[in-house]
Ligand binder design. Sequence first.
Ligand SMILES: [Fe+2]
Length: 252
Amino acid sequence: MTRAEVNENFRRFIQKYDTADPKIQLKIVHTMHVADLCDTISDSLHLNQEDRDLAWTIGMYHDVGRFEQLRLYHTFNDAQSVNHAQLGASLLLRGALGPVDALIVKAVALHNVYILPELNEREQLFCDLIRDADKIDILRVNRESSVETIYDLPMAAFQQSSISEPVMKDLMQHRTVDRTHRQTAMDAIAGHISFIFGLVYPKSVQIVMEQGYLRQLLDFPSENPKTKEQLHQIDQEIDQYVKEKIKERAEW
Ligand SMILES: [Fe+2]
């Protein structure tokens, strides 16, 4: 399948939805960014053209479930509706976007899981790739709206709270924050910061550092002395982590 055909399949698919709806627009733009990021990461991994096209296609199809989720449930909240990644995979299996490889279906189905199951080498490669690309673009989207809007909480809630111990532990152990550990408003910000630890490829880490949003979060104007100290500690930890990750890239 060529990129032109994939593009055409995607266009035809989204025509069934209200493309004037800003929420739909947001997902179309996100899709384009993620597909582009799949290309950038594929380049850094020196993948061959066929695999680059495959990664790009996964980027184009990864969130098709979002459109159907919004139509059926009027929300992007999986907990309140349906797992959008599984919904997307079932749409693909039903041929909603034409014939697709099993590998594409698998990568789409697993793009939002907290921990990936056991996979073969190729599945792992493409799952890691789409998950990195998706995380990078989620940070771009978040940057464009304030934390108050994203979490529907007043600024004071962020400025006054501190980071809970289990969340701090996740960060210090270089893990993406487990959602169930989150208790305070600051924990949500810490959760965004922890996205950096979920990234697999050095190129992804580099892109996020260049994006600037992480810096913005680390410099969050907290009014709580404990939080200021916690953010400082996280900052140092990330600095070290990034240096090691970039070195990993130089050693390839
Ligand atoms: Fe998604």
